[in-house]
Design a protein around this ligand. Structure first.
Ligand code: HEC
Length: 125
């Protein structure tokens, strides 16, 4: 019986999906990002908006890959900064994070099609 309890509790980490908020906290995303204002990295709201605008139906895949492999040079305002790779995250967790980031696009402080943390140059590309 004891063994079963141990096995169940070990499996629960895999069986129950984590929320985006938990993943963000565990991986320290808010050290650089915030939801709707720029920090040392673009806001999730602006990232969601930019990717919807430029990548359409591929937006989610692009975001998942950027989290997994890192990113540099996409956002001119942060040209000297690098997004680190998070290769430890499963595809499922990358998907949860990407959905959350895309949902935040409604919070972007728009100026035309511009989101927070985006420059005019980005939107004209
Ligand atoms: C050390 C600082 C730092 C941390 C920690 C960090 N990021 Fe980033 N992130 C950046 C920077 C800087 C950029 C802008 C990169 C660029 O210009 O291409 C960025 C860009 C992004 C993008 C946009 C990529 C694109 O293709 O548009 C996403 C999505 C993202 N980060 C998600 C996350 C998530 C999720 C976490 C936590 C798991 C995280 N970041 C942790 C610094 C960070």
């Amino acid at each position: 019986m004891k063994k079963i309890v141990i096995i169940i509790s070990a499996l629960s980490g895999f069986l129950f999906a984590q929320t985006a908020q938990e993943l963000i906290n565990q991986n320290g995303c808010f050290a650089c990002h915030s939801v709707a204002s720029k920090k040392t990295a673009p806001a999730f709201a602006g990232i969601g908006m930019r990717n919807k605008h430029f990548n359409g139906s591929n937006a989610k895949v692009v975001i998942m890959n950027s989290i997994k492999y890192g990113s540099k040079g996409k956002y001119p305002m942060f040209a000297n900064k690098t997004m680190p790779a998070f290769k430890n995250l499963s595809q499922k967790n990358l998907s949860i994070l990407a959905d959350y980031i895309l949902e935040q696009s409604s919070k972007a402080q728009c100026n035309g099609k511009r989101g927070q943390g985006m420059s005019k140059k980005v939107i004209r590309q």
